[in-house]
Design a binder for this molecule. Structure first.
Ligand code: GDP
Ligand code: MG
Length: 601
């Protein structure tokens, strides 16, 4: 397809604003999926399948669309709809997907208005020089306020509120006008067809049957199935086995040229050899300059993962190795803990990433795991000038420390104006610094703060939601680091430091943290046959203490007196409970206790 007939675009939206449903209508309207085969969230379905490794995720769909308005009515164009991951953990991937497009549909729920995530992605789209087409969705809803939110959008983007398109992804109303607008407004891709090939990798997934499938957008030249290709960041050369496009299932093509979007299958075995953001060229007569800024994804949070049953350690090691095949952002190294035995320190892009990895390890590899409270990365400069990067609080240096540095983020909160006070109070209590505030309309504001990453990453969003009755939305991005007055708080059970409970906190909140965590642990750790003192300490100084009293004998006796079915139930219950218990010294500690630190904020 000549570039003049190509349009590459993405849809950016806050979760639930209707991105998947709009994609469904586009698939249907362009006849890519016929009415019989249509099912809701067509592309999402493939998402789940991909998660289980049985099919190729549809990251880019090719939609043949015949113009119905204007001078070019009757001309058939090829629209490539490129999906973007919506979550803040994957901002880097979002920005790469955007690089593969010339236009973005900014989809906003006409009953909700713009949310923080929409805004964050919108700014990325503007940074990537995309043409933005603002669209209000769900105009069929009785509660829709298209006038109000069109004004809000015009306030942010400039332009006339009347130019904001209105659609219902549910009924299909307005979808054809939108497709026409995409052809009219989104620029055709520009590239040099005669230059050595350069293609941007905007996603790569691992497929059990086909190996790594790499999604690319060709910028210059063309890629054919006969090429040997080179990854420009590593210089690695691979045999090309297949080139194709997705519409909506993968279809082989002999080649893909300037502006086209498609997939490559090579002999590559791990997604880390085919990384998002890298440039693909040909091995002979290849390009010399890669496309803009390839970056390694850096882990933002670390957590320890330990098998509950120590014998599962080799299984966990193999499982991590397998997971890494399809998760280039996952990094891990072995570590050992006095309390938990042998396990791994794992680096994640964010908490969602952590949850996904943990769930997959448990579900797909049948493992029972203990995960320790996640933490961000600290840089500690010693008085002698040496530096320590701390990814595990128990490894916090004990020598003479000159300065400690923590990562910081730029956070954006969107909320009804009535909650401004509550939001500012929360941000202040998390050591935030106000950067600015703007009214989007008379009753909605955008509030910007810089906040330490360690203060925003864990329970901040829940706190924000509860203070704003669920109305505020949040987005943040890492922006660097700052010096901070931090200390390590240790927890001792029966006088012994339990390394897995150590945390790094700000000096001003260390005392409150110690008291809260000791209190939580007292609730979470069941009574044992003996007394268990709990202490929180900074160095040798104890800052809080609690005591778990010993279990009285007659309580146990009573349990075994009842009728047979009750007894069995009780035993089963105990077994259930056992699964998640870990012996720490002589003390049985439940899984929840290891992440209790999270909910003490
Ligand atoms: P996504 O998270 O942005 O992909 O949103 P979905 O496409 O999954 O839609 C979220 C919810 O909104 C679903 O229950 C959809 O059925 C509903 N929805 C999407 N578009 C419309 C619309 O135009 N009108 C109405 N009434 N509901 C819609
Ligand atoms: Mg969706």
């Amino acid at each position: 397809t000549p570039p003049s007939l190509l349009r590459n675009f993405c849809i950016i939206a806050h979760i639930d604003h209707g991105k998947s449903t709009l994609a469904d209508r586009m698939l249907q309207h362009t006849g890519v999926v016929d009415a019989r085969a249509m099912r809701a969230q067509y592309l999402d379905r493939m998402d789940i399948e991909r998660e289980r490794g049985i099919t190729i995720k549809s990251q880019a769909v090719r939609l043949p669309f015949t113009k119905s308005t204007g001078d070019d009515a009757g001309t058939t164009y090829v629209l490539n709809l490129i999906d973007t991951p919506g979550h803040v953990d994957f901002t880097y991937e979002v920005s790469r997907s955007l690089e593969a497009c010339e236009g973005a549909v900014l989809l906003v729920d006409a009953a909700q208005g713009i949310e923080a995530q929409t805004l964050a992605n919108l700014y990325l789209a503007i940074d990537a020089d995309l043409h933005v087409i603002p669209v209000l969705n769900k105009i069929d809803l009785p509660g829709a306020q298209p006038e109000k939110y069109a004004a809000e959008i015009a306030h942010i983007l400039g332009g006339d509120p009347d130019d904001v398109l209105r659609v219902s992804a549910k009924t299909g109303e307005g979808v054809e006008s939108l497709l026409n607008a995409i052809v009219d407004e989104v620029p055709a891709p520009v590239g040099d067809a005669d230059a050595p090939p350069r293609a941007l990798i905007f996603d790569s997934v691992y497929d059990t049957y086909r190996g790594v499938v790499t999604y690319v957008r060709v910028v210059d030249g063309k890629l054919t199935h006969r090429d040997r290709i080179k990854m420009m960041s590593t210089g690695a050369v691979h045999e090309m086995l297949e080139v194709g496009v997705i519409s909506p299932e993968p279809v082989k093509a002999g080649e893909i040229g300037v502006g086209e979007v498609g997939y490559l299958i090579t002999g590559v075995k791990e997604v880390r050899q085919s990384r998002v953001g890298d440039t693909v060229t040909s091995n002979v007569h290849g390009a010399t300059e890669p496309l803009g800024g390839y970056r390694h994804p850096n882990p933002m949070v670390y957590s320890g993962l330990y098998p509950i049953d120590g014998d599962d350690y080799p299984t966990l090691r193999d499982a991590l190795e397998k997971l890494q095949l399809n998760d280039a952002a996952l990094s891990y190294e072995p570590e050992s803990s006095g309390a938990l035995g042998f396990g791994f320190r794992i680096g994640f892009l964010g908490l969602l990433h952590l949850e996904i990895v943990r769930e997959r390890l448990e579900r797909e590899f049948n493992l029972d795991l203990i995960s320790t409270a996640p933490n961000v990365v600290y840089r500690v400069v010693m008085e002698d000038g040496s530096e320590v990067t701390v990814t595990n609080p128990s490894e916090y240096p004990t020598g003479k420390i000159a300065t400690v540095h923590e990562p910081v983020t730029k956070a954006t909160v969107l909320s009804p104006a009535e909650y401004i006070g509550a939001i500012m109070e929360l941000c202040q209590s998390r050591r935030g610094q106000l950067q600015g505030m703007d009214y989007l309309s008379e009753d909605r504001v955008e509030i910007r703060y810089t906040l330490p990453m360690g203060e925003i990453m864990f329970d901040f969003f829940d706190a924000l939601k509860s203070r704003t009755k669920g109305y505020a939305s949040l987005d943040y991005e890492p922006t660097g680091e700052q010096e901070a007055d931090l200390v390590k708080v240790d927890i001792l059970l029966q006088g012994e430091v339990v390394d897995a409970f150590s945390a790094i906190v700000h000096r001003d909140s260390a005392y409150a943290y110690g008291v809260a965590l000791a209190g939580r642990l007292k609730e979470l750790i069941p009574r044992q046959q003996f007394e268990v003192p709990i202490q929180a300490a900074i160095g040798a100084r104890v800052i809080a203490r609690e005591n778990i009293r010993a279990l009285r004998k007659d309580v146990l006796a009573k349990c075994y007196g009842g009728d047979i079915s009750r007894k069995r139930k009780l035993l089963e219950k105990q077994k259930e409970g056992k699964k998640r218990m870990k012996m720490v010294g002589r003390v049985e500690v439940p899984q929840e206790a290891f992440i209790a630190a999270l909910s003490t904020g």
